[in-house]
Ligand binder design. Structure first.
Ligand code: HBI
Ligand code: FE
Length: 282
């Protein structure tokens, strides 16, 4: 990658023409693998977004075309960035309904390996739900909250909300659970693990619980948090004044990463029924 002085918002032209046939082949391979796996496992709103945004067309998506559709649906846009951008820049994009997407794709020998988010994770993983009005508003609220958290020195705490919802969230779907987090839906291994493995905890989502729970970035998650609906996520986030909450939580210890608390609603595998405080069978 060429090192250029970044523009203040870190965006670069997508320059769609720079993607090679090999790049498009990687997209198609990953796309086919995930879209075979996802029906019945992912929130229906995700599949709906894929279809409405015409993401089923082959190849790395051309952002100009994608943005026409996305803008019309929810007023969001996708902008290209070279890779990870500073927190303040990332939050400012989200607060203005722009999603920064890495302007590169993993190599064919790295299909399951990612050091920085690439266009497959960012666009396939994140963008379909941006076509859903409640989720679209939630992402903007998160961006605004991030800018505010910078002032409170509370990024470490707020980033857990993003992690356990936008990246690794589960949602109730009838009597069972479905995935919606981009880190899961863009990963073959974690799609299976998050729903089927006996090892991770699946816990009813509450805002305070996730703000107090650390996470790991280099393996499948030990905790997944389950929302009732995207409306719930949006409502709680909009109605909470995070400033006083950060202050109140400041003295509290984090919850050990794999712990279950008596107040937790724990979802069990199989029948996916839930029992407060019960540990799921292992
Ligand atoms: N930059 N491009 C990109 N993508 C991200 O997901 C991202 C980022 N910068 C910061 C960041 N995420 C997170 O550290 C914040 O959510 C805290
Ligand atoms: Fe992501």
């Amino acid at each position: 990658m060429i090192n250029v002085a970044p523009s203040p918002d870190w965006t670069v032209p997508q320059d769609w023409e720079h993607f090679t046939a090999v790049d498009h082949g990687v997209w198609d391979h990953l796309f086919d693998r995930q879209t075979r796996l996802l029906p019945g496992r992912v929130a229906p709103e995700f599949l709906d977004g894929l279809k409405r945004l015409d993401l089923t067309r082959p190849g790395v998506p051309d952002f100009a075309r994608l943005n026409d559709e996305l803008m019309a649906l929810t007023g969001w846009q996708v902008v290209a960035v070279p890779g990870l951008v500073p927190d303040a820049v990332f939050f400012d994009h989200l607060a203005n309904r722009r999603f920064p997407a890495g302007n590169f794709i993993r190599k064919p020998d790295q299909l399951d390996y990612l050091q920085e988010p690439d266009v497959f994770h960012d666009v396939f993983g994140h963008v379909p739900l941006l076509a859903h009005p409640a989720f679209a508003d939630y992402m903007q609220a998160y961006g605004r909250g991030g800018l505010r958290a910078l002032e409170y020195n509370a990024i470490n705490r707020l980033s857990r909300l993003y992690w356990y919802t936008v990246e690794f969230g589960l949602i109730r779907s009838g009597d069972s659970l479905a995935i919606y987090g981009a880190g899961i839906v863009s990963s073959h291994g974690e799609t299976l693990f998050a729903l089927d493995s006996a090892s991770p905890n699946r816990i009813g989502w509450t805002l305070e619980r996730v703000l107090k729970t650390p996470y790991i970035i280099d393996d499948f998650q030990q905790n997944y948090f389950v929302i009732d609906s995207f409306d719930q996520l949006l409502k709680v986030t909009l109605e909470t004044d995070f400033g006083p909450l950060y202050q109140r939580l400041a003295g509290d210890r984090d919850i050990p990463i794999a712990a279950i608390l008596p107040a937790d609603m724990v979802f069990t595998r199989g029948d996916q029924s839930h029992v407060a405080g019960a540990r799921q069978p292992v």
